[in-house]
Design a protein around this ligand. Structure first.
Ligand code: GCB
Length: 668
């Protein structure tokens, strides 16, 4: 990137500095440590229930067009120096319309915005209902962002209300006191977002200044990172304002067990705002019938003859969810308040043995995909038509699972996994951790905080059966041992009910993280990155890979990535690399080994990738990564039909539902 700016972001601004206008820029170790401690504190505090309308809660969506301005000034800090948050953004200089949710990169024709690094500013003026604004101490108004990449500071009417480190996960702020007493006046929401990566962010990255004046323009810098997807940025997920009473249900945690004809739903509810309250709970089935009731902040609900939550293709009615209605009655400032929250609950169990992955006590084989949140124009922005199309393609394919490579996906996507029975390996944004610096204490603290945020967000989801704390870290480096031991132990402490893994591409004999995982997830690209063009090496190399890993650890193994690029419409027989035939042939070679080993301890295969996706430019990327079995526009390549045939065959063989294709024929 050629830029007039000397520095996009020397370091992240602390909360205090941002409040002061962000004029000072911390540079030392201490500043970043403070920030990480603050991030950890934030991650640990409170719940983050998905915002839902209920009899006690109202909600307003703020999607649509926002005003937008990228700060192209030298140092990228003009917005803070001139306090753009204190007045309408249009008064600070030229603004453009920016859709939300969407990445900003591909929206205009400006290559400088496509590759922009530094602070961008978003603003929306919103008229809130009068009843939310009256000086009524019993209504709490909350502003919530589904995600923004990567570092965000939010102001309402010029007052800073939130600061959040990291993309892919939600954050929110109580804005009640800032908006009170101004009915009829729009409330101005300003957001500054910075997409700079540092060695201590997740994913990590760094800014490199190119100082050789004989080769680069003045003040030239690039952002380096070690992951293979375009670093889209902006407000990627829905922004909403919602209300709760001032005494409210802050969090709910549900775990389930079942045996024979009885299931137990263990629950814990936390309440904020008063110690004087009572809680009642009722669990309803899909017909609306109450099947169990409970009282108080913690307890167990007993469900007779439960409808279990089953994965897609394992049961004729997959994704069954009950509704847990939690009702709070409280006293506050002399008034009687009621809050209601309704949580979908799936009853299922997960166990791992040395050779199997069991869901509800039955062996589960992952026949699925790796995905990306990625599409033309909107980048990583949530897009309902795309989301629904992808789920239809997954079910057409006969896929029963996916990994959220390489970061948490939108809550709206996770909701559909719960509803359709698509099993998820839920991955945090720990991708591209390749340097010793990124295994240090600062990075570790942040990684722990991110896992807290992820578990807090997705802990109640039946579709999530395993956490993945990283993808392809440099786990051959000695500090990886302590690092992964700590991150995995922390994740298990947060959620003892699910297995934990990370995805490795390191040799079995050198990997320092593998001793701590429950399931070995291994990526390999035989006859692609290694021995390119030599399909005949796959059987021996893949067999050796599986046997070495199993001999060393006696843990079940998922082939978490394998695949080949293909350019749609490029044909070659005999198969040559990049042709559709080569992609198919490579898949088939892998499949013949999977078929031998899935009788033993291989418990899954996830193709890389569901669809072509955008990456940084490079000599091995042709307008992005082409390992999709669908194009970026979601049209099938020949390989999609190979997988479809295979996945339905596996489903039919392992299903307790003969003939399974009948019950699902509408997806074929
Ligand atoms: C990998 C990475 C994935 C890449 C893929 C590839 O091992 O985990 O992010 O996109 O290989 O196609 O190179």
């Amino acid at each position: 990137m050629a830029a007039a700016a000397p520095a996009p972001r020397a370091a992240l601004p602390t909360r205090k500095m941002a409040a002061a206008g962000g004029r000072c820029w911390p540079r030392g170790r201490g500043a970043v440590l403070l920030l990480l401690l603050a991030a950890a504190a934030r991650a640990a505090a409170g719940g983050l229930l998905y915002p839902r309308e209920t009899p006690s809660r109202e909600l307003k969506e703020l999607g649509g067009l926002w005003s937008f301005r990228a700060d192209f000034s030298a140092g990228r800090a003009a917005g803070f120096a001139q306090r753009w948050f204190q007045r309408p953004l249009r008064q600070t200089g030229p603004v453009i319309d920016m859709p939300v949710p969407a990445s900003f990169n591909d929206i205009t024709q400006d290559p400088n915005l496509e590759n922009y690094i530094g602070w961008v500013w978003y603003e929306k003026e919103v008229l809130l209902p009068r009843r939310w604004l009256q000086d009524d101490l019993n209504t709490r108004v909350v502003l919530r962002f589904g995600s923004a990449h990567y570092y965000s500071i939010v102001w309402v009417n010029g007052v800073q209300v939130a600061e959040h480190e990291g993309g892919h996960l939600p954050f929110e702020a109580d804005i009640s006191s800032v908006i009170q007493g101004s009915p009829g006046t729009p409330c101005r929401i300003t957001v500054a977002i910075n997409n700079t990566l540092t060695p201590h962010t997740l994913p990590p990255g760094s800014i490199q200044f190119m100082n050789d004046a004989s080769r680069y323009p003045k003040n030239y810098f690039v952002q380096n990172f070690k992951f293979d997807f375009f670093n889209y940025a902006g407000i990627h997920r829905p922004v909403v304002v919602y209300t709760t009473p001032s005494v409210y249900i802050d969090d709910i945690t549900v775990t389930t067990t079942s045996s024979e004809n009885v299931a137990m739903v263990q629950y814990q509810v936390s309440v904020v705002g008063s110690a004087l309250y009572s809680l009642s709970l009722s669990l309803r089935d899909q017909e609306g019938k109450v099947v169990a009731t409970g009282e108080g902040p913690a307890g167990e609900l007993k469900v007779l003859d439960p409808n279990l939550w089953w994965p897609y293709l394992m049961h004729e009615n997959p994704g069954y969810r009950y509704s847990l209605e939690v009702k709070l009655q409280a006293q506050a400032s002399g008034a009687q308040l009621e809050d209601v929250y309704v949580l979908p609950v799936g009853i299922r169990t997960v166990h791992v043995t040395s050779t199997q992955f069991l869901i509800n006590g039955k062996p589960f084989y992952f026949h699925g995909v790796n995905k990306h949140e990625d599409a033309d124009i909107r980048g990583k922005g949530l897009d309902w038509p795309l989301v629904v199309k992808d789920f239809n393609l997954l079910r057409w394919l006969g896929a029963n699972s996916f990994r959220t490579s390489h970061y948490p996906y939108a809550e709206e996507i996770m909701d559909l996994c719960d509803a359709y029975g698509i099993v998820v390996i839920d991955e945090c944004p720990g991708v591209g951790i390749k340097t010793a610096e990124s295994f240090g204490n600062k990075s570790l603290q942040h990684h722990l905080a991110v896992m807290e945020e992820l578990v807090r967000r997705d802990k109640n989801r039946p579709s999530v059966v395993m956490w993945s704390v990283a993808n392809e870290p440099a786990s051959q480096l000695p500090p990886a041992a302590y690092y992964f031991k700590t991150v995995i132990a922390h994740t298990k402490a947060l959620d003892p009910s699910r297995p934990v893994t990370f995805v490795t591409d390191v040799n079995y004999a050198l990997d320092h993280g593998a001793p701590y995982v429950d399931v070995i997830c291994v990526n390999s690209y035989f006859s692609w990155y290694h021995d390119p063009g030599h399909l005949e090496v796959i059987p021996v190399q893949l067999m050796t890979q599986f046997e070495n890993w199993y001999k060393t650890y006696q843990k079940p193994i998922i082939q978490s990535e394998y695949g080949a690029d293909s350019i749609p419409g490029l044909h070659s027989d005999p198969p040559l690399m990049f042709s559709e035939e080569y992609q198919k042939a490579l898949l088939r070679e892998y499949h013949s080994v999977f078929d031998k080993k899935r009788k033993e301890y291989v418990i899954g295969e996830l193709i890389w990738n569901f669809a072509d996706f955008m990456t940084n430019q490079g000599t091995t990327r042709v307008l992005g990564n082409k390992k999709g079995i669908f194009t970026r526009q979601r049209q099938p390549k020949s390989a999609a039909f190979v997988l479809k045939e295979r996945y339905w065959k596996i489903a039919n063989e392992s299903s307790c539902l003969p003939p399974i294709t009948k019950s699902y024929s509408h997806f074929l």
